[in-house]
Design a protein around this ligand. Structure first.
Ligand code: MEV
Length: 335
């Protein structure tokens, strides 16, 4: 049995703008997608995707056909004939596509079959990179069990081609952070390592947004073609980067607040979440939505909180929602 784990991520600054070539800062965190691969009869594949309650045995040729159909659907999206929501209609399709895509790219015929099980403690669709982490964990477990050797660039390339089906137009930041771990400054495909914040970190999960990342990215496209707005995002991320390197919490809080303001301005922070962030502010806690946010509904995934310590006088209804979270230095690995 081979096991691989891939951490989730939180974006500190620059989500959405990163899709348009602006810098972005993110950290890997201690929530993981895990995948186990064990032997199976030749040319057979078994899936047991525990979070999704999906159990299926299929032949390698059936898997290839399924992948072909998903790819055709993605081409329909690229041609502007359907929305990204109609490409991967069911959550299990991401993992089945990831397996099939990797095997096809490596021209590997699955003469040794594989049984894959997965589990994730990264909340699905909440801005913590659940899709990227699951794609990487599945690909790594499969590669280990099949004896396939891949460089990190190979993983990135094959995983990004898979992630595009979920996000439509992915910047690659989620995959980069989950692959390499730690803190990352990412700009136009180039990465630089950054320290993890020296402060305790907390999150509140406001719930799974009604809109997917792909939908948010597509909806924001006309807004983010505005160079002044992109320059504002860039300036905040550059200042945040300095503050992170100096471990200057007051300046980090200032930047997180500005970034949150910009995200609300472009329309990915529902009113209920803006109000929650305002309430947190009254207790001296700066909160910022992390990841895609939401363009529909009341929930926007995870809010990252910046405060030296949690005040003792927080109303219990607020205190109960706060979870502690830590950085992960290692990224994708066998376990
Ligand atoms: C998603 O975690 C971050 C976005 O900027 C999309 C992307 O970068 O691909 C919203």
């Amino acid at each position: 049995m081979q096991k691989a784990i891939a951490p989730g991520k939180l974006i500190l600054s620059g989500e959405h703008a990163v899709v348009y070539g602006q810098p972005c800062l993110a950290i890997a965190v201690n929530r993981y997608a895990s995948a186990w691969a064990k032997p199976h009869p030749p040319f057979q594949i078994g899936f047991e995707l525990l979070n999704l309650d999906y159990h299926k045995q299929m032949t390698f040729s059936a898997l290839k056909k399924l992948k072909g159909r998903l790819h055709e659907s993605y081409e329909e999206f690229l041609a502007g004939r359907q929305s990204i929501r109609d490409v991967l209609k069911l959550p299990y399709q991401l993992s089945t596509y990831a397996v099939s895509h990797l095997l096809e790219k490596l021209n590997h015929s699955l003469d040794k079959g594989v049984h894959l099980s997965t589990h994730s403690d990264i909340p699905l669709g909440c801005g913590m990179g659940s899709s990227a982490s699951m794609i990487l964990a599945v690909m790594h477990a499969l590669a280990l069990q099949q004896g396939l050797t891949l460089s990190s660039e190979d993983y990135f390339e094959h995983a990004q081609e898979t992630e595009h089906l979920q996000h439509g137009r992915s910047s690659g930041i989620d995959l980069r952070v989950s692959l390499h771990g730690g803190g990352l400054y990412y700009h136009q495909g180039k990465m630089e390592k950054r320290p993890l914040p020296d402060f305790p970190l907390w999150i509140i999960n406001t719930g799974t947004p009604l809109s997917s990342t792909g939908e948010c990215v597509a909806t924001l496209a006309p807004t983010l073609e505005n160079p002044t707005l992109l320059a504002d995002f860039q300036a905040i991320t550059l200042a945040f980067d300095q503050a992170l390197q100096q471990q200057n919490l007051a300046e980090i809080q200032r930047c997180a607040k500005e970034n949150q303001y910009l995200l609300a301005h472009v329309g990915v922070v529902p009113l209920a979440v803006q109000e929650l962030i305002q309430t947190l502010g009254q207790h001296g806690i700066v909160g910022k939505v992390c990841g895609a946010g939401a363009v529909r509904g009341e929930q926007a995934g995870v809010i990252l909180l910046w405060t030296e310590s949690l005040p003792s006088h927080l109303p219990p209804i607020l205190a109960r929602q706060i979870q502690s979270i830590k950085g992960d230095e290692l990224g994708l690995r066998s376990a």
